[in-house]
Design a protein around this ligand. Structure first.
Ligand SMILES: NC(=O)c1ccc[n+]([C@@H]2O[C@H](COP(=O)([O-])OP(=O)(O)OC[C@H]3O[C@@H](n4cnc5c(N)ncnc54)[C@H](O)[C@@H]3O)[C@@H](O)[C@H]2O)c1
Length: 258
């Protein structure tokens, strides 16, 4: 039987893609910090990551660092996690949130653009997770939560197209297979599949017309908010979620059945 390791009060959450001010990652970083987590923000936008970390530390009175890192680059990931490990309490949770969209129709897709979408959305998730897991396995405690998308389940239909859907579908297989290997180490591995949320990844702020069009098939009649996605992520990263693993959580206002 696997023993359950107690959740420490001094603990760090690593959140990739949390620099964007209106994004899901930033909302998650804020919420976790308000719950007493130390927060490490890894983002390709180094300046915005530093600013976000400064703001979070000042607002919530926790330790926070922002590190410029491209999740698709192994050296960059190695340097960033080494920096986190040397300056913050042990990493208990990782949220793989960094991602890019891809609104290109399939027949216009290029190999370069396809590779970039997979490099960031899937390979980045692999590399950051593998690097962070070493410590989690040693400490017999960890939470890994990654972001898939309803686009993986319904085959697009929101903004991004085939490359994005395929990369986000890969996240679901990754999550289930990794959960199988990590259970014995006390590490849970889950993912969430959000429906449309008004963030910069949608090609800029959603106009009222675009929001209305996207809401048409959503049972709750509106697009999602970042704080709603953050709440689910924070729960899955938290101390009470130790018996949830290999799960994919729908969070889409009911769009999955329409
Ligand atoms: N907004 C939605 O409707 C929606 C729906 C389903 C899933 N998602 C997923 O949620 C995640 C967060 O997206 P968001 O909506 O908050 O958009 P966003 O554009 O605000 O956030 C994405 C963040 O990832 C960072 N990033 C991009 N490439 C990176 C790289 N190579 N290395 C490190 N950081 C990188 C960006 O700088 C940005 O801060 C993404 O994975 C996205 O696919 C979003």
């Amino acid at each position: 039987m696997t023993e359950t390791t107690a959740f420490p009060s001094a603990r760090t959450a690593v959140i990739t893609g949390a620099a964007s001010e209106r994004g899901i990652g930033r909302a998650t970083a804020d919420l976790l910090a308000s719950q007493g987590w130390c927060v490490a923000i890894l983002d390709i936008d180094a300046d915005a990551a530093a600013l976000a970390a400064e703001h979070i530390a000042a607002t919530h009175g926790v330790q926070s660092i922002g590190v410029g890192a491209d999740v698709s680059d192994q050296e960059s990931v190695e340097a960033a996690i080494a920096a986190v490990e040397s300056s913050l309490p042990p990493i208990v949770a990782l949220a793989n949130i960094a991602g890019i969209s891809s609104p290109t129709e399939f027949m216009n897709e290029t190999k370069e653009a396809w590779d970039r979408v997979f490099a960031v959305n899937m390979t980045g998730t692999f590399m950051v997770t593998q690097r962070v897991l070493a410590g989690m396995i040693e400490r017999k405690l960890g939470r890994v939560v990654s972001i898939s998308s309803i686009s993986a389940q319904r085959g697009g239909g929101t903004y991004s197209k085939v490359a994005y859907s395929a990369s986000k579908a890969a996240i679901i297989g990754f999550t289930r297979a990794l959960a199988r290997e990590m259970g014995e180490h006390g590490v849970t591995v889950n993912c969430i599949a959000p429906g449309p949320v008004d963030t910069d990844i949608m090609g800029g702020t959603l106009s009222e017309d675009r929001k209305a069009a996207m809401s048409k098939d959503i049972l709750m009649g509106r697009v999602g908010r970042v704080d709603e996605i953050a709440a689910l992520l924070a729960f899955l990263m938290g101390g009470q979620a130790g018996f949830i693993t290999a799960a994919t959580y729908d969070i889409n206002g009911g769009l999955q059945i329409s």
